[in-house]
Design a protein around this ligand. Structure first.
Ligand SMILES: *Cc1c(COP(=O)(O)O)cnc(C)c1O
Length: 400
């Protein structure tokens, strides 16, 4: 019998089947161990992990886990409240202060995720009199956040400064203008040209906002982020970021900037007002991580050494990579079935990495994306390079 409820479920099933047929279905890999440079898969095999955002290797690290346990002991499991009712503890204020200090900003507001930080940043600050000028490849959470705001929307071609200038001119009659970009774009490891963006912002009287999810903790000489990398610390108006990648890897996000901005977000930002406080275990562990990163650049330095080594050696093997310096290293295989086969073969050889193909990346730009970590040993990287060579030979992919 086809009643409306049944047709709802059967049409969902059809759409799911279609995703599978189109090769767009995303299966989940189940790990049986902590996150780390080596992980155990469900079937008990050990794999070298080349696809986590665990840039500083902190996710499975003992002292970080212990800091979260200590915070749980002291502050309990959770708050059962949003921040403004009875959900703010000293550890949350300490973490906000530490993030501001680390980034060189005045104040910081915590969220349950960077997705929420981006989702809740535009609507309280900008309205129909204003303009948001956004890089075409910005993260989904930025796109969604912009959708929730009444400001006029302008989009510039990815990383294209001439087009950004054109859009700034098109937005000239708007009251406030804000340029928004990922600090680092995670598909290519492309670093936004913040020096040029800041220059254009000054020329046209615009604000600048950056999303530092793939930068906070390791970009720039002391790991402060893309603004440090491009020598524009203090010139960025709004910085959003995650605690769920380099800065520990659990979850949680933040927005940082001038005190007026943060104060207004505390009053009006919906994911902050209507969603629970970040768990104290996460706040405590994130605080310990920031203290550690403020004292030493050792992890950041090791990450960049690993990145430089891997980039050099993978090219020497005859693979094509997107040039750059970021620990995201796209190894280009161009055709989707090749990328799929390659990732599957690497898995058999004991290396975990993920293939990306259309529509996640443009047609004909299929790739496997390698992500380096400070936790990788030279020996692990050499094992991975050997596996690349073997799989590359088998599939006839090496230029050399
Ligand atoms: C991962 C990511 C996010 C989302 O971060 P969460 O804290 O996991 O919600 C937002 N923006 C960018 C650029 C990201 O890479």
């Amino acid at each position: 019998m086809s009643n409306p409820q049944n047709t709802f479920y059967s049409s969902l099933q059809q759409n799911l089947d279609q995703l599978r047929e189109q090769g767009l279905y995303k299966p989940e890999r189940v790990l049986a161990s902590r996150q780390g440079s080596e992980v155990m898969s469900e079937d008990g095999r050990m794999l070298i992990n080349m696809c986590a955002n665990n840039y500083l290797g902190l996710s499975g690290e003992e002292w970080v886990a212990q800091a979260s346990i200590d915070a749980t002991e002291k502050y309990g499991y959770g708050l059962s409240s949003v921040r403004f009712i009875c959900g703010t503890q000293t550890v949350h204020k300490q973490l906000e202060h530490a993030i501001s200090k680390f980034l060189g900003t005045e104040d910081t507001i915590l969220y349950a995720a960077a997705f929420d930080a981006n989702g809740g940043v535009f609507e309280p600050l900008f309205d129909e009199n204003d303009a948001i000028i956004s890089d075409a490849l910005n993260h989904a959470s930025i796109i969604d956040g912009i959708r929730l705001c009444k400001a006029a929307r302008f989009r510039y071609a990815h990383n294209d400064m001439a087009d950004l200038e054109k859009q700034l001119q098109a937005a000239a009659d708007k009251r406030h203008k804000v340029i928004v970009t990922d600090g680092v774009f995670s598909m290519d490891g492309t670093i936004a040209q913040l020096d040029k963006i800041v220059e254009l912002a000054d020329k046209y009287g615009a604000l600048v906002m950056i999303d530092e999810c793939h930068a906070s903790g390791f970009m720039g000489k002391t790991g402060r982020g893309t603004h440090e990398h491009h020598n524009v610390v203090g010139k960025i108006d709004i910085i959003t970021g995650t605690l769920g990648k380099a800065l520990g890897g659990a979850m949680g996000g933040f927005t940082s900037g001038r005190k007026e901005v943060i104060e207004m977000l505390r009053q009006k930002s919906r994911p902050y007002l209507f969603s629970n406080t970040l768990a104290p275990s996460i706040a405590g562990a994130s605080l310990a991580v920031l203290q550690q990163l403020s004292q030493s650049t050792e992890l950041r330095d090791r990450l960049h050494e690993n990145t430089a080594y891997f980039r050099k050696e993978i090219e020497a093997l005859g693979f094509t990579i997107k040039p750059g310096t970021h620990p995201v290293v796209p190894v280009m295989l161009f055709e989707a079935p090749v990328a799929q086969k390659f990732a599957a073969r690497m898995y058999e050889l004991g290396v975990l990495l993920s293939g990306f193909f259309y529509p996640v990346v443009p047609m004909g730009q299929a790739r496997v994306r390698v992500q380096l970590s400070a936790a990788h040993t030279r020996e692990q990287l050499d094992t991975v390079l050997k596996a690349f060579e073997q799989a590359g030979r088998e599939l006839g992919l090496l230029k050399n």
